[in-house]
Design a protein around this ligand. Structure first.
Ligand code: NDP
Length: 444
């Protein structure tokens, strides 16, 4: 057995019942094989992969809160502090009923490489709760966030661990979490990112993940002598990433014809009217279905099925494993030539293999959605400087970071004879920086 196979087998054995974590480790280790084989003796002796796949620390805690009816509710809370070799832990908080330790370990593991790719000094972490903000009143969400932070505050800090938003955690939740952190610790510091603009937030942070995805896509398409202009695009999800990816596609002359939520998808052959989606999702917290009631010519279909609509480019921006082998076969049959992941690991391993074997252009989430965490790191810089940069300044930095990420992925893939394979490129480039730092810091 090779070293990577041995470590993968160990991860499966030691982390039972965590299929998403196994999947993330498998994808990374497979694409690192050539790098590991070239340094096998040293890496084995230093147990580099065993250390890389074991979180430095996992904190798990009880989150009791009182609902509007006076009933006490209890949720599980977590923070996975995975790797701090290149900076303080950084990664979002996810509030969704599907959250468990395995899901957060997969996300935290991915975050290590993503954060490394940004070129900024941030380590990998992730956290969250199985709390479902959907259908809860503002008061219930606030009480939950306050209880969550009453425990979490003991483990985070501006130079230690800086959480942000993710699924179910947007501006409202970050505001409540920040308020409670400040109240308990007495510190007005950049301990969370995604904050409101009046209390230390950064311009462009809201748009950053979606915009960054499209900046990277644009860069890759240019490299392949193509453009977004005139292309038909599918975007799954209708949350933060999906909305701002759609906005930037439209600004660059592409046409987004479908979006979705966890209930179903809308198809608008004339192009999605984003102001209507924003009103439904950002203002009223409604369902995507309502779009079809408001826009003549648009249809709503219950269930998963967005990938059966003909398109040139598919952008999965909802959640993990939302695009499987059947989906990619349908996309290919409809001449889709490019998939770029806005979400974390939305494409299954089988679908990714099919993509790479069939010459479909592919950008993996850890590179493609890194604009969010990169701009979070820019928020940390502004907080430390006690300054706020202009919209143009932050946007320019974001564009440059995404360009650099493409160059790193391209270069790493080429160096190992896998030109055009940006999965391998992203994993290798992210890995190299972290491993150099880990080796230099001794056995910790
Ligand atoms: P939001 O909560 O804003 O939106 C999530 C969207 O995905 C919603 O439309 C939601 O539908 C849908 N969705 C969530 N879970 C499921 C599911 N199980 N099945 C089908 N649809 C689902 O989250 P974000 O936009 O912030 O995050 C989306 C993805 O992007 C996640 O993978 C996240 O980890 C990743 N990401 C986000 C970053 C950010 O800055 N926000 C940064 C990097 C990555 P519904 O409303 O019905 O639940």
């Amino acid at each position: 057995m090779s070293y990577t196979e041995e470590v993968y087998a160990r991860v499966v054995e030691k982390n039972p019942g965590e299929p998403e974590f196994h999947q993330a480790v498998k994808e990374v280790l497979e694409s690192l094989k050539k790098v590991i084989d070239a340094n096998e003796a040293e890496y084995r002796k230093m147990a580099v992969l065993e250390r890389l796949t074991e979180p430095e620390r996992i904190i798990s805690f009880r989150v009791p809160w009182v609902d509007d009816a006076g009933q006490v509710q209890v949720n599980k809370g977590y923070r996975v502090q995975f790797n701090s070799a290149i900076g303080p832990y950084k990664g979002g908080l996810r509030f969704h009923p599907s959250v468990n330790q395995g899901v957060l370990k997969f996300l935290g593991f991915e975050q290590i490489f993503k954060n490394s790719l940004t070129g900024l000094p941030i380590g990998g972490g992730k956290g969250g709760s199985d709390f479902d903000p959907k259908g809860k009143s503002d008061g219930e969400v606030m009480r939950f966030c306050q209880s969550f932070m009453t425990e979490l505050n003991k483990h985070i800090g501006a130079d230690q661990d800086v959480p942000a938003g993710d699924i179910g955690v947007g501006a409202r939740e970050i505001g409540f979490l920040y308020g409670q952190y400040k109240r308990i610790t007495g510190l007005y510091e950049g301990v969370l990112t995604g904050k409101g603009l009046t209390f230390g937030g950064s311009l462009i942070r809201t748009q950053a993940t979606g915009y960054g995805l499209i900046y990277l896509l644009d860069e890759m398409l240019k490299h392949h002598k193509n453009t977004i202009e005139g292309k038909t695009v599918l975007v799954s999800g209708s949350g933060n990433v999906a909305i701002y990816a759609t906005e930037k596609v439209q600004q660059l002359g592409g046409k987004v014809v479908a979006m979705s939520d966890s209930n179903g998808y809308i198809h608008d052959p004339d192009g999605i009217k984003l102001d209507i989606v924003k009103n439904i999702k950002e203002v009223r917290r409604g369902r995507i279905k309502e779009y079809a009631d408001k826009v003549p010519g648009a249809t709503y279909t219950e269930g998963k099925g967005i990938w059966s609509i003909p398109c040139d480019i598919a952008l999965p921006c909802a959640t993990q494993n939302e695009l499987n082998l059947d989906d990619i076969k349908k996309l290919k049959a409809n001449n889709c030539f490019c998939v770029a992941e806005g979400a974390n690991m939305p494409t299954t391993l089988e679908a990714t293999d099919f993509i790479l074997e069939n010459g479909i252009l592919f950008l993996p989430g850890k590179a493609a959605n890194a604009g969010g965490v990169a701009t979070s790191a820019l928020e940390m810089s502004q907080n430390s400087l006690r300054l706020s940069w202009t919209e143009e300044e932050v946007d320019q930095r974001l564009q440059q970071i995404m360009k650099d990420i493409f160059a790193k992925c391209e270069d790493a893939a080429r160096r190992y004879g896998m030109e055009g394979n940006y999965v391998a490129g992203a994993n290798i480039a992210g890995f190299e920086k972290v491993i150099n730092a880990m080796l230099a810091q001794g056995i910790v």
